[in-house]
Design a binder for this molecule. Sequence first.
Ligand code: SAM
Length: 205
Amino acid sequence: MAQRLDALLAQTSLVVSDPQKQQLLQLVGLLHKWNKAYNLTSVREPDDMLVKHILDSLVVSPWLQGSRFIDVGTGPGLPGLPLAILNPDKQFVLLDSLGKRIRFIRQVIHELGLTNVTPVQSRVEDYQPEQGFDGVLSRAFASLLDMLAWCHHLPSVEGRFLALKGVCPDEELTCLPAGLTLQAVQPLQVPELGAERHLIIIKRQ
Ligand SMILES: C[S@@+](CC[C@H](N)C(=O)[O-])C[C@H]1O[C@@H](n2cnc3c(N)ncnc32)[C@H](O)[C@@H]1O
């Protein structure tokens, strides 16, 4: 599994230390183990998890600007946990409404010794942070327009939405809510995924 991770990372420009690789492999191990009882993801095989969950999350890292991020509808911590492992100098709130997913994230934090992750069990609409975030991350959470409606209170004045999507949601991009503007549609290359990925970056006007 370690060689497989190295081979995948070699197809990216990401710089990942040996301890970080170890933590990513531990995360896959825990996902695989807990998935049997908790049904955390439909991706069952560790090898598939490396591509579809770990690499698919890590490729967002170059677009993280700032120091405080929230991953809404994080499920079992995706993309938040891989990004937190790769960016120990940044803080990540991982939010989901389901208790069993937050319990899994707490276990990962404990076993990997992560100090930059805060799990929160809440519906995103009800969550009122003391401070806005530099980035609001989402993957497989909701339609773009629903996500923007439910999360409008989360970014700081300069903060941005970073939505990880498959095919670019062109139609939704033509009707963004007032006060928001499209900053970029960034195609992402996920090694060996064989599917389109895009990062939609939206900021305040
Ligand atoms: C399809 S899963 C995606 C999980 C993860 N982001 C991923 O990419 O694998 C969507 C997650 O959003 C959570 N969710 C749905 N509506 C929510 C809401 N209003 N507030 C918080 N979490 C929500 C669900 O509990 C679920 O874990």
